[in-house]
Design a protein around this ligand. Sequence first.
Ligand code: ZN
Length: 280
Amino acid sequence: MKLLRVGRPGQEKPALLDRDGKLRDLSAHVQDIAGAALLPDSLDRLRRLDTATLPELPAASRVGACVGAVGKIVCVGLNYSDHAAESGMAVPTEPVLFLKPSSSICGPFDDVEIPRGAEKTDWEVELGVVIGKAAKYVPEESALEHVAGYCIVNDVSERAFQLERGGTWDKGKGHDSFAPTGPWLVTADEVEDPQALSMWLEVDGRRFQDGSTRTMIFGVAHLVSYISRFMSLQPGDIISTGTPPGVGLGQKPPLYLRAGQTMRLGIQGLGEQRQRTVAA
Ligand code: ZN
């Protein structure tokens, strides 16, 4: 299933994209694409619905983030060896983790703000893993049972805030609109191999990132298991699994976003996002 949330910010309705590309309203069957609605039984119940009987929503509806009420976004840094190299950092021996606040989440086509005082705002196309069943100390062998599905996350980053202002990376990762998420939550049964998805990102029509989840250092099953040793993962939490090479920081010379530009990004089978950059 391709699940999504449509409507004005904060008033999104749960919806499903049917096989004919029509938006179908799920409001009568689930309150939101969030929390307990992501548990395996709940997703099975939605899967059994006859989509043709669901009310159709206008095709032009705004699309919100594909998951509501996200508790936390756990991000994995430097999870592609060639991206670590372009960042001038060593390939990590264990996953590097940091958090993005849930207030940074926005819809996949919403404007992305360039923060006040920003100097080095950058893009990162990433595979997002949406947790469906709580995970605490789960072994790698059964880790994927805790995954509801996958989505695109743009891990927008202000490098000067991230790397030059002291402390952890979080200052440069948490601005409002720094986590466009969606358009769809594609349920795990429809993603045959999360480690074989091509991914790309363009700014103003120029392609900068062109990679594949194949070259991740730590794969999805390992990450779910690994993170669950340090903090529990709850239904609706998102893991953003790192970015392939081609970010602005890695260009020679480095190249960063300014207001008035357009980012487009996609992952095989998970749809596309598009954002305009605006001054905060
Ligand atoms: Zn990232």
